[in-house]
Ligand binder design. Structure first.
Ligand code: HEM
Length: 380
């Protein structure tokens, strides 16, 4: 999509698409303005009267939770848990993430050839979030099936396929909802420090809001982090820098920030205008839908030098891959920590890692790959 972004950003930075019935917004300054201005541009998607909005585009599927709620209500839905996702609290989870990663790497060491997506990038965030929520180990497999169904996308445009996927999503959501409702009930009044107990004990949240919160963590956190891990190895291989990252000649944390900018796992967000406003010379009407292209913004030459180039040492790196404003990603510090730990351990473990980029299959929804075959070896 990057050539399209570049052209649009230059020629028609705010532009109405009749077919998709949305304004497309491509420049950093404009997207930043919309995201910071939550009064004029609501995140409440239920105001959208566009039935087809659930299919085939870049956005995450959504329930009515903090992510689709504006201030002041937003503060109530996010405030009770914000502290748990701040850097200090996230550091405490690091040993758990190290252990999860080490166990997965043990398996991969025996295999030597594996699909990086299925066998590493998918399980890391799923197991980590299951641990943070305190999901018992014997429920993990089921849990993964639910998260996959929730984010599944139709494989073609036929009515049949669309309905099949929607039914799968509804079923997974219901089953998961029941499961979390029960778990929340069991843990109410408990003194555990898992996220389900914290939600169970939150005072001014309804039952439905607590369940919605648990499900949101899966929806928002899993494939995004999977894609960050995949896009990291993809980019490092493409640039030929795997060895330099391994030796520390290139700082891996900074390089991962560059992956977030260069191959942002979420390429677009949606907002809806709540009043008639002007944006970069265009008249937006109340009720109009806006698609904010994070992928384009993160390559805006007004902000980034040499934006189409992957520069692992880029700094400062003002990308907005995690959004900005009140909905700035709750899990940003967690995602960064997971990626730092997972990539560092992976490269430490294997003296050689080759990713095969000969047959790249991009995902149809969020920005990542279907699979990434890898081969590794360890020196004696
Ligand atoms: C919000 C990206 C990982 C939980 C967001 C938003 C973005 C984003 C762009 C803003 C949405 C909007 O403004 O409409 C990412 C990326 C990730 C990632 C690129 C990985 C690389 C995670 C993880 C979790 C998480 C691991 C939780 C475990 C959330 C939540 C929100 C959110 C709860 C809603 C926050 C709010 O509405 O106040 N994320 N995310 N994300 N993210 Fe993430």
């Amino acid at each position: 999509p990057f050539e399209w972004y570049a052209e649009m950003r230059q020629k028609t930075p705010v532009c109405y698409d009749e077919q998709r019935e949305t304004w497309d917004v491509f420049r950093y300054e404009d997207v930043n303005h919309v995201l910071k201005n939550h009064d004029a541009f609501t995140a409440n998607r239920t105001l959208e009267d566009n039935e087809s909005s659930n299919g085939g585009s870049d956005e995450m599927p959504m329930l009515q939770t903090m992510i689709t709620t504006d201030p002041p209500e937003h503060n109530r839905l996010r405030g009770f848990i914000d502290e748990q996702f701040q850097p200090g609290a996230i550091r405490e989870y690091q040993p758990q993430v190290e252990k999860v990663t080490a166990e997965l790497l043990d398996d991969l060491e025996n295999k030597q050839q594996f699909d990086f997506v299925d066998e590493f990038a998918v399980p890391v965030p799923v197991i980590v979030i299951a641990e943070l929520l305190g999901i018992p180990a014997d429920r993990r497999e089921q849990f993964k099936e639910w998260s996959d169904a929730l984010v599944a996308r139709p494989e073609d445009d036929t009515e049949e396929e669309i309905q099949r996927v929607q039914r799968g999503q509804q079923q997974a959501q219901q089953e998961m909802g029941r499961y979390f409702a029960k778990l929340l009930e069991e843990r109410r009044g408990g003194d555990g420090d898992d996220l389900v107990t914290l939600a169970a004990n939150a005072e001014d949240l309804s039952r439905g809001e607590k369940v919605g919160f648990c499900i949101l963590l899966l929806l928002a956190g899993n494939i995004t982090t999977t894609n960050l891990l995949t896009n990291t190895i993809w980019s490092f291989e493409e640039e030929g820098i795997i060895n330099d990252v391994r030796t520390g000649a290139i700082d891996h944390e900074q390089a991962i920030e560059e992956v977030l900018r260069y191959r942002s796992p979420i390429q677009s967000l949606k907002r809806i205008a709540t009043e008639n406003v002007e944006l970069n010379g265009q008249q937006i009407q109340t009720g109009d839908v806006l698609t904010l292209w994070l992928g384009a913004v993160n390559r805006d030459p007004e902000i980034f030098d040499d934006p189409e180039k992957f520069r692992p040492e880029r700094g400062p790196n003002r990308h907005i891959a995690f959004g900005t404003g009140v909905h700035f990603c709750l899990g940003a510090h967690l995602a960064r920590m997971e990626a730092d730990v997972a990539i560092e351990q992976l490269l430490e473990r294997f003296d050689r890692l080759d990713a095969d980029l000969s047959d790249l299959q991009p995902l149809s929804s969020l920005y990542g790959l279907e699979s990434l075959p890898c081969e590794v070896s360890v020196n004696a």
